[in-house]
Ligand binder design. Structure first.
Ligand code: SAM
Length: 251
């Protein structure tokens, strides 16, 4: 394990160990995406018995919703200790929720190929392994564990989000955070940043298609909470064609 990644893991472990109270309310836009109907969203809401993986699930707040919807729950967090904390919180929940939560990183997810109908990556896919990290590996790894045609529901910060304020550009679309605001624990963390939805579609388009867009622009008592949310589907035969030596331009 590279020292930078170990430091990230230690930071988040300390954070989750410090959360003595966790209310486990799902994010409003996860609720909207999975439950509601909108003009540009056609993700089927047939969840009973389908498999979902919540990558970087944190304290499990979104898993509570996914459980209510009848999905079979799988998830990842950074190490065994965080996975155990989250599993215990879910087991203590009034609904005694069971989830298979395994240690995993954005570029190395602990599940088989083609396993999931839905993937949720809510503010986690852009955490890098360091300044040399290759975000394409994150895209490929998330696609690998989704079934062809399966849905990725994803949120990433927009450029004006508080967490990116004053960040240093490292080149290759990577930034190092300087945030002094709410999450000062993230200072020094390296993110893949996205300029706009076209950037997102170009980056994820190697493996995903059928993008649906949603923008969160929220002035939360002076804290700008700004995110790009998108839903897309894993391409059907991209992997096989790439294996045959074809580029995306050939598709
Ligand atoms: C902002 S929190 C979001 C947590 C959760 N998805 C939610 O919505 O509450 C970011 C999460 O990403 C996880 N994370 C950080 N670096 C990661 C990496 N390299 N690979 C996978 N997950 C990572 C952290 O442990 C943390 O739980």
């Amino acid at each position: 394990m590279l020292p930078y990644t170990q430091q990230t893991i230690d930071t988040w472990q300390k954070y989750y160990e410090s959360l003595t109270e966790s209310y486990l309310f799902p994010n409003e836009f996860v609720v909207r995406t999975f439950l509601a109907h909108y003009p540009n969203l056609d993700m089927p809401h047939a969840y009973q018995g389908a498999k979902v993986c919540d990558v970087g699930c944190g304290d499990g707040r979104n898993l509570v919703l996914l459980h209510k919807l009848g999905l079979e729950l799988f998830a990842t967090e950074l190490n065994e200790r965080i996975c155990e904390i989250t599993k215990a919180k879910l087991a203590d929940h009034a609904e005694h929720i069971l989830a298979d939560i395994r240690p995993g990183l954005n570029w190395q997810l602990p599940y088989d190929d083609n396993m999931f109908d839905y993937l949720l990556s809510w503010n986690s896919i852009y955490y890098m392994s360091g300044a040399e990290g290759d975000f394409r590996q994150h895209v490929q790894e998330h696609a690998r564990i989704l079934k062809p045609g399966g849905y990725l529901v994803c949120s990433v910060p927009a450029p004006s989000c508080f967490s990116l304020e004053g960040a240093d550009e490292l080149g290759n679309d990577l930034i190092r955070l300087r945030t002094e605001a709410k999450w000062s624990m993230l200072a020094g963390t390296i993110f893949r940043r996205f300029r706009d939805f076209d950037d997102i579609e170009n980056t994820f388009g190697a493996e995903f298609t059928d993008f649906r867009r949603c923008r969160i622009q929220d002035d939360c008592y002076g804290l700008p909470l700004e995110y790009f949310v998108f839903v897309c589907r894993r391409k059907h035969d991209n992997r096989r064609l790439c294996g045959a030596g074809l580029d995306n331009e050939d598709l």
